[in-house]
Write a protein that binds this ligand. Structure first.
Ligand code: ADP
Ligand code: AMP
Length: 217
């Protein structure tokens, strides 16, 4: 299954992708995670991405498309993948179509998690991530049993530098201008489904799995 998880920042793409990874044993490809790993490692890619990320802007298309092209060519994507946070522009979507055609693949389903704008800042500002395993929590909506400590691995939680109100406002305006148009881009292709992301995390997963159970691979 070649899945594309869409939605504004904070909608729950990463949270849901992690659940689908377990259910379908296919990798999650999060461009945001890839950029954060590169920043941590101090690579050239990380240096190029950091300023854009800190400002809430998109990393340039040619850089982003390049890392996705390399990632999708890896062996573990042969049985499918879940794209999370890519594409974010029409240029990226066009490039994805080309990359998949070259690999003899196409998208099975586009899943758009819909959450109204007024909820997204609270979701992002309260997001906490495990430094060790990357699990995502929320101080109010998905708290850990012990404050600051990951339930899964006992790792320490951190808050992303761009998960503050000012940067989030910028990220949401970038979403409206550059990414929202992709809804119409994919709607016409007959593989687009919208899921109500305001529901409880497990109910959103249930809805996603239900859509996927009726999808032909
Ligand atoms: P995205 O990957 O789309 O940016 P995340 O999956 O990281 O979003 O979720 C953003 C924040 O919202 C996280 O703190 C997460 O725990 C929380 N969250 C995710 N899904 C829900 C939900 N259905 N209800 C409430 N909070 C949620
Ligand atoms: P995310 O983890 O998806 O919230 O992404 C965090 C940041 O990484 C974004 O605000 C962008 O700066 C950058 N980023 C992630 N994915 C992309 C993409 N597909 N295109 C451009 N920039 C991206």
């Amino acid at each position: 299954m070649q899945l594309l998880m869409m939605g504004p920042p904070g909608a729950g793409k990463g949270t849901q992708a992690a659940k689908l990874v377990k259910k379908f044993s296919i990798p999650q490809i999060s461009t945001g995670d890839m950029f954060r790993a590169a920043v941590k490692e101090g690579t050239e890619l990380g240096k190029a991405a950091k300023a854009c990320m800190d400002a809430g802007k998109l990393v340039p298309d040619e850089v982003t498309i390049g890392i996705v092209r390399e990632r999708l060519a890896k062996d573990d994507c042969k049985n499918g993948f879940i794209l999370d946070g890519f594409p974010r522009t029409v240029e990226q979507a066009d490039a994805l179509k080309k990359i998949l055609a070259e690999l003899g693949m196409k998208l099975t389903q586009v899943l758009n998690i819909h959450v109204p704008a007024e909820d997204l800042i609270e979701r992002a500002v309260g997001r906490r991530i495990c430094k060790n395993c990357g699990a995502t929590y929320h101080v109010k909506f998905h708290p850990t049993k012990v404050a600051g400590t990951c339930d899964d691995c006992g790792g320490e939680l951190y808050q992303r530098g761009d998960d503050n109100e000012a940067t989030m406002k910028k990220r949401l305006s970038v979403y409206e201008a550059s990414t929202r148009p992709l809804i119409d881009y994919y709607k016409g292709a007959g593989i687009y489904t919208e899921i109500d992301g305001r529901q409880a995390i497990d109910k959103v997963t249930e809805d996603l799995v239900s859509v996927l159970s009726s999808v032909k691979d």
